[in-house]
Design a protein. Sequence first.
Length: 308
Amino acid sequence: MEESIRYNDFAGFLAKQFPFKVQKISVNAGFTCPNRDGTKGYGGCTYCNNQTFNPAYCHTDKSVAMQLEEGKAFFAHKYPQMKYLAYFQAYTNTYGEQEKLVRMYEEALQVKDVVGLVIGTRPDCMPDSLLDYLETLNRKTFLLVEYGIESTNNDTLKRINRGHTFECTADAIQRTAARGIRTGGHIILGLPGETSEMLLAQASQVSALPLTTLKLHQLQLIKGTRMAYEYEHSPEDFHLYTADEYIDLVIGYVERLRPDLVLERFVSQSPKELLIAPDWGLKNHEFSCRVRKRMRERDTWQGKYYTL
């Protein structure tokens, strides 16, 4: 088996969607979350510090268009022919008045060389009225709606203060995919209380969802979060994987995933000044190379143990 088809990667997926190279540019549109503002709770998810994924150009005091222009300038010197996807990433980007949401999405699409949208959100923040709009938008431009799944275990979701159940997640993903919209998911591997065996079994539940893309991330303990406090006081509740252990876990997970799922990434990189653990010193592409190398050595591939 060729190395390039050990698993379906995101670069290959994008190459099928566009005749040119595309790059995501993060946008912080100033949203919050229902488990932050008191609607469903306070404090947000226990692991979350949004500083970990906001680039320097990504500030709420700048308009959507300005953030995108600054993001373009950041990448353009290296790839002058690049096109871009506006990635509404921070917090919950479908949580607000629909008129305001639509204005922001449309503003992003008016920026030169922006050829589509990626919208990150929660499964409990997708009303049918917004799906009506997104269904229409999807006919005009590239659109990917990415849901934070995080876990399929309701006890875990309660523990991390998500404010919704896995049943809610499945419903939102099914309603979105039924509109013909590309639908993505995000999973955290290593949340407290979840063993490797539980996570390998989780792959089947994730595969049953009508997802187009999937991101896997290792659990990272970040300064200033409630989970960092929990780790400090009850470290026995956590298993922080070594890089080698996590590579094995990822491969086992990928072997059990539906073969046509597009895998966007396996790890996340938080700023060193915010990261407590684990600190592997590996960039995303370096980690992916190690995964592919070990998959080659084992002659294994995505979906090898997948069963309906």
